[in-house]
Design a protein around this ligand. Structure first.
Ligand SMILES: Nc1ncnc2c1ncn2[C@@H]1O[C@H](COP(=O)(O)OP(=O)(O)O)[C@@H](O)[C@H]1O
Ligand SMILES: [Mg+2]
Length: 259
């Protein structure tokens, strides 16, 4: 069963950057196969990973639902979708990538989502790790998958307001229909040396701080040149920080009783 990381947080806090670095850190650990899932309709995880996506799952689904032709050979819609989605999975040496896109077939929103959910659940069985980058809200997470999330990383900037938003997201996570194993707070663009006021806000919010990701000139440069984060130097401070976080999450999951 794949171990699933999901990223959440306000827009612009660094979810996609962190997600891409988690994918790289998992690959480097050599602990198994990784499926990256871009579940943000304003998708850009592929850019952070330095690859292009030909078709999103949403587009494939919409095409199928809008088509008047029967599925070939009397295939069920589920099987047809899975076959086609599999064809458009971006396959890299280090990871595979699936872009969810926007399933907006009017009137068939639930149906489309159900199909997509089933498809994602089936496909994900073939991987050891899944890393889902999400849009700012959390609501759609359970619309997109019935898979449980093992580690939810809530990303925030180093501000008290940011921490409050993270706290609200954490509360929202309770209302989802899916199970979430551990929730962690990640503070992006920050040194390890957090202001006492911030530490206090984190404590009050009841959030478990996984770590901080420093502002990294290499990350800025990748953004400016359009390079993926797999091109970051091996000693990039942001990457180093995320490597440590990934190791911590995996260790904690392997030894839950020791908490
Ligand atoms: N640690 C970091 N150092 C430098 N730039 C960063 C860092 N984290 C994020 N960024 C930059 O900030 C912008 C927003 O980050 P992004 O990961 O896309 O946020 P989100 O997915 O939460 O909207 C991007 O241009 C990204 O390159
Ligand atoms: Mg993003």
């Amino acid at each position: 069963m794949a171990f699933t990381f999901a990223l959440a947080g306000k827009g612009g806090t660094g979810k996609t950057t962190t997600a891409a670095l988690v994918v790289r850190a998992l690959y480097e650990q050599g602990a198994g196969t990784v499926l990256a899932v871009d579940a943000d309709p304003n998708a850009c995880l592929h850019e952070s990973l330095g690859v292009t996506v030909e078709r999103s799952v949403g587009e494939i689904t919409e095409e199928m639902l809008n088509s008047t032709e029967a599925t070939p050979g009397g295939m069920s819609k589920n099987a047809w979708l899975e076959y086609n989605v599999q064809r458009f999975v971006v396959e890299e040496r280090e990871f595979d990538l699936l872009s969810m896109g926007r399933p907006e077939g009017a009137g068939c929103y639930c149906y489309a989502n159900n199909l997509i959910r089933g498809c994602l659940n089936d496909l994900s069985r073939a991987y050891d790790y899944i890393v889902m980058d999400n849009e700012a809200g959390l609501e759609h997470l359970s619309r997109r998958t019935t898979r449980d999330v093992d580690a939810l990383l809530i990303v925030s900037d180093p501000s008290v307001r940011g921490i409050r938003t993270a706290e609200r997201l954490n509360a929202l996570a309770d209302e989802l229909e899916i199970e979430i194993g551990e929730r962690y707070l990640v503070i992006d663009r920050s040194s390890d040396d957090l202001d006492p006021a911030l530490m206090n806000a984190i404590k009050e919010a009841g959030l478990k701080l996984l770590g901080t990701v420093p502002e990294d000139p290499g990350v800025i440069s990748c953004d400016l040149t359009g390079q993926g984060l797999f091109d970051l130097d091996n000693d990039s401070p942001a990457l180093e920080a995320v490597r440590t976080m990934v190791a911590t999450v995996i260790q904690a999951a392997a030894a839950p009783a020791s908490e």
